[in-house]
Design a protein around this ligand. Structure first.
Ligand code: PMP
Length: 367
């Protein structure tokens, strides 16, 4: 531990969760549902499954290290050049690559309180300083969201990266187009703004704030996306970022040569084309979100309005006993005390059947 860079020495130890089968054995119950990791209850798209089966016979070969087919499909989807794309082993990989490529111990990177846990880890792992900016309060128009003016004010000579998740995890909060665009315009050119859009697909095309449309305008903008959420491929680990070609070039120099495996490449390439599956994922999410929000309203529990596939619910007391009772009734949710939100649980939107069970359990425990 002592030999690690100073930032890493301060990180909390990693405590792995238990698999569902082990929890079922320990608690002596069956059919536990997991609404804890923002996964897609529909599974992968049928087109992706077909592509995976076809790719199985090629497993003795290395994957295409440049991910040509996937990049081609992504370039078409986004209407940009393939040289603007960097593929990653999940978008997590891309976030880490950005920190590795652009941060040294003399630099700092900015992110918001209550935003994705990987940002401070990636920053500290390369020995750089992490600057956490207080989020907006519960009373704000957008509770527990990014305070963009405060983030702007924190930028100094040593700042190289700013991480913003829109929509944000674990809160579900989101930024409007005008405020976000004005913020990006105000950031100095030598500071890279990373817009993490892992949950973008859960809002309709009309309602979403799609940062990829601004790439031509800003040399210092990076958009990260993932196949883990609406595309239902979390187990495969595939994500990507879009940026100007110079940034993509740097990231491609330092990534592992085969950082995305061949089954993941095939699955993602097929999944992009499955609009029907994507629409279904969104519809299931919208329905489940409504059920859960209505249940919270009935119970008088406040929550953050969410554009993701999860809801952050405030129990106005230590949430751990509630987590435990729900677990014993067969529903796993996500405690967020590690984010500084000990009274909240993050609940992933599951299938309609799962949400019926979830809300019944919730009302049993809190009613
Ligand atoms: N960004 C955000 C905001 C997330 O919530 C997640 C997953 N929890 C990720 C990135 C990383 O997802 P993946 O590595 O599976 O693409």
């Amino acid at each position: 531990k002592k030999m690690a860079v100073p930032g890493v020495q301060k990180l909390n130890p990693y405590i792995p969760g238990k698999p569902i089968s082990e929890l079922e054995r320990e608690l002596g119950i069956q059919n536990i549902i997991k609404l804890a990791s923002n996964e897609n209850p529909l599974g992968p798209s049928p087109l992706a499954m077909q592509a995976i089966k076809a790719e199985m016979s090629e497993l003795a070969l290395y994957p295409d290290g440049n991910g040509f087919e996937l990049k081609k499909a992504l370039a078409e989807k986004h209407g940009i050049d393939m040289s603007c794309i960097t593929l990653g082993n999940g978008s997590n990989d891309v976030l880490v690559l950005l920190a590795e490529a652009f941060l040294s111990p003399e630099h700092n990177a900015i992110y918001s309180q209550y935003s994705f846990a990987v940002y401070p880890i990636a920053i500290q792992a390369v020995g750089a300083q992490h600057q956490m900016i207080d989020a907006t309060s519960w009373d704000d128009e957008m509770p527990l969201g990014c305070d963009l003016p405060a983030m702007k004010a924190a930028i100094n000579e040593q700042t190289r990266l700013i991480f913003i998740a829109n929509p944000n995890n674990p809160t579900g909060s989101f930024l409007g187009q005008d405020e976000l665009l004005a913020f990006i315009k105000s950031v100095p050119q030598d500071v890279i703004v990373v817009l993490d859009e892992a949950y973008l697909e859960y809002s309709s095309v009309e309602e979403r704030v799609d940062g990829s449309l601004w790439l031509n305008e800003f040399e210092n903008l990076v958009i990260t996306r993932t196949f883990s959420k609406a595309y239902g491929l979390a187990g495969f680990r595939v994500g990507y970022c879009l940026s100007n070609p110079d940034i993509a070039n740097v990231l491609n120099r330092i990534r592992q040569p085969f950082n995305v495996n061949s089954l993941a490449l095939a699955a993602a390439t097929a999944a992009i084309k499955d609009d029907e599956f994507l629409a279904k994922s969104m519809a299931v999410n919208a329905k489940g979100m409504k059920l859960l929000a209505a249940s919270c309203d009935r119970l008088g529990l406040r929550f953050v309005p969410s554009k993701g596939n999860f809801l952050l619910v405030d129990f106005a007391q230590d949430a751990m006993p509630i987590y435990q009772q729900m677990l014993e009734l067969g529903v796993i949710t996500r405690p967020v005390a590690n984010y500084g939100l000990p009274n909240c649980l993050r609940i992933t939107i599951g299938s309609e059947e799962e949400m019926q069970r979830m809300t019944t359990v919730l009302e049993q425990v809190c009613g």
